[in-house]
Ligand binder design. Structure first.
Ligand code: PLP
Ligand code: COI
Length: 354
């Protein structure tokens, strides 16, 4: 793919070493842009200075939400190598989302090449402090100027970059999670497995409710019986119950997390029995009561491995362990981040050098 490059003439000030980055507030000097036109395919790949774009108020994305996004990170090791983590998986998930949203397929190698090219231009923005990385946000929006409900014939694919620290303000501190029993996020046949804005718009009301009640995240139940555990707002969920690692199976209504897949592989390689299956909220309440609910953690690109110490469901508040980070949770965090930051062996070949 030919990528036209226009470098900025006024580079921004980069965050200072040691400066708290937060998540998703700061953007780098450049961005990747490419167009799609029916009949012509994807064309005009370019890297340009980061900045506002001009699009029509009638662009379809504003009206019916035909859009998708991805999330991955670039990590810097102590020798200044820059790595991506399993970008081929994000490329594959892009196309599974695109298919559901009637957005044209994007060749996987084009996706990975575009990510590598824009990260390479802004590689000095990959932060060095421990626990920090460059969050990469690829996204596609429908740009036809039309108010009828139909798939657009033109699209814009963009990639923006944001040096970031921990997703949750609490960092690796365990968080309390609200099991939502009123609103649902997705149903089978809907778009739960796809990474598209509408799923997140639908989640906001419950997130506000959970925050107002002192919980930092929402854990969704299935949309039909409101009985089975699905996933958290921005992460998949894992339980350690009586020594086994248990996580909801991929059923079409939860996001097939790349971190989830990686954690399952690591747990299996360590000899843990891993069950991907339906988990009812009643089973969790019972396990909490009889003392077999040993650990709970979420997994995601932004959230990494995030310990949970409290689950609220209706009138029950389940306290997990002694409230501190579980042993397996900590070990998984260390293993995964060790691989991502180039500090540990990468037996799975997950790191991709930029
Ligand atoms: N579930 C939801 C709803 C998410 O937004 C995310 C974040 O991307 C995940 C799960 C975890 O997916 P991944 O591990 O691929 O980042
Ligand atoms: C990610 O982990 O990459 C995500 O996309 C989560 C996001 C909703 C902040």
């Amino acid at each position: 793919m030919e990528i036209r490059i226009t470098k900025t003439t006024s580079p921004k000030q980069k965050p200072a070493k040691g400066e708290a980055l937060g998540f998703g507030h700061i953007f780098t000097d450049h961005m990747f842009v490419m167009n799609y036109t029916e009949g012509k395919g994807w064309h005009d790949a370019r890297i340009v200075p980061y900045g506002n774009i001009s699009i029509s108020p009638s662009a379809m994305v504003f009206h019916y939400g035909q859009e998708m996004f991805e999330g991955l990170k670039a990590y810097r090791d102590s020798k200044d190598n820059v790595y991506l983590f399993r970008p081929d998986m994000n490329a594959k998930r892009t196309n599974s989302t695109n298919k559901r949203l009637c957005i044209p397929q994007l060749p996987e190698e084009m996706f990975v090449e575009a990510v590598k090219a824009v990260v390479d231009i802004d590689r000095d923005w990959v932060p060095t402090d421990s626990g920090t990385s460059l969050y990469i946000r690829p996204f596609i929006i429908a740009t036809d100027e039309f108010l009828g409900v139909a798939p657009s014939k033109t699209y814009l694919f963009m990639i923006i970059l944001s040096p970031s620290g921990a997703y949750y303000e609490s960092g690796l501190e365990p968080v309390g999670i609200w099991i939502e029993d009123e609103f649902v996020r997705a149903v089978k046949g809907g778009m739960g497995f796809a990474k598209t804005g509408g799923n997140y718009a639908a989640s906001l009301i419950a997130q506000v409710k959970a925050h107002d009640s002192g919980y930092s995240q929402v854990l969704w139940l299935d949309g039909v019986e409101r009985k089975y555990i699905e996933e958290v707002g921005a992460m998949n969920i894992f339980f350690k119950i009586a020594g086994k690692v248990v996580t909801p199976m991929l059923n079409g209504s939860i996001l097939p997390g790349i971190t989830r897949d990686s954690i399952i592989k690591v747990c299996k390689s360590w000899g843990y029995e891993v069950e991907e299956r339906r988990i009812s909220v009643d089973e969790l309440v019972e396990a909490a009561q009889n003392g077999t609910l040993e650990e709970v953690f979420g997994t995601g690109t932004a959230a990494v491995v995030s310990p949970v110490n409290k689950l609220r469901y209706e009138d029950d508040v389940m306290n997990i362990g002694d409230g501190s980070i579980g042993e397996l949770t900590q070990k998984l965090y260390d293993e995964l981040t060790g691989i991502q930051w180039g500090e540990k062996e990468d037996p799975y070949g997950w790191r991709v050098t930029v």
